[in-house]
Design a protein around this ligand. Structure first.
Ligand SMILES: CSCCC(=O)C(=O)COP(=O)(O)O
Ligand SMILES: [Mg+2]
Length: 220
């Protein structure tokens, strides 16, 4: 019996275009200024450190960032990662911090498909646990649902998982989520538009629905 609804965001609750044509450009145009302004913050320095370590493994192919303290190099690397839709945890942590300002000053509103709110209401009425699993950071997930075009959806959602749990295409991530939620993978119904994520969740034992937004809605 299903106990948990586990939802992907981009392509499932939210149009891909909102992420690629609104959120990513918003972050991309602010990497430089955000890093200059927040260079002294220990949280930002810690993210830069993680980015720098990752850049080290890519350096043979890239030459945009010469020293760790060079913030224009860091911004260039962040732009590269964004343009290649890389799901790096440090990139996602930084994007979430930049988006926060946009949500709080009303220039960003999390876009949800029309069927999302009714689906959340139905699942809540059925006493199902509703959780999110996205490559966006947990902070970014809470922002997109907290400041959505249909109001604050956070009261419907009890748990959030990001890539700190593991990659979404890795079936062990779904086993970890099940363990954390104290259910079996068979008691989780995962919805995603990404066939590789669907395959991984299915291999872990989850019930799955592959979302194709041009064809079906979120409710089965
Ligand atoms: C949390 S909103 C930003 C979405 C994002 O950055 C992303 O990479 C989307 O990945 P998803 O796993 O939701 O397809
Ligand atoms: Mg997706």
């Amino acid at each position: 019996m299903i106990k948990v609804i586990l939802l992907d965001i981009e392509g499932t609750t939210t149009p891909i275009d909102f992420v690629t044509k609104t959120l990513f450009p918003y972050a991309r145009s602010r990497y430089s200024s955000f890093l200059e302004e927040n260079f002294a913050s220990s949280a930002i320095r810690e993210i830069i450190e993680r980015l720098w370590l990752n850049y080290g493994s890519e350096a043979p192919a890239l030459s945009c960032w010469s020293e760790q303290d060079d913030m224009s190099g860091a911004a260039a690397y962040l732009t590269y990662l964004t343009d290649h839709d890389r799901k790096l945890t440090a990139l996602k942590d930084l994007q979430g911090k930049i988006w926060r300002t946009g949500y709080e000053n009303n220039s960003l509103k999390g876009e949800m498909y029309d069927d999302v709110l009714p689906a959340l209401q139905q699942w809540q009425a059925q006493k199902l646990t509703i959780a999110i699993y996205s490559s966006g950071s947990i902070a970014a997930q809470q922002l997109i649902f907290g400041y959505s075009n249909v109001g604050d959806l956070r009261p419907y959602i009890s748990d959030y998982f990001d890539t700190t749990t593991g990659a979404k295409i890795d079936s062990s991530s779904y086993q970890k989520i099940a363990k954390h939620l104290k259910v079996t993978p068979q008691e989780i119904h995962f919805y995603s538009d990404n066939p590789k994520e669907i395959q991984a969740a299915q291999a872990a034992g989850c019930i799955v629905t592959e979302i194709r937004r041009e064809k079906n809605h979120i409710l089965p």
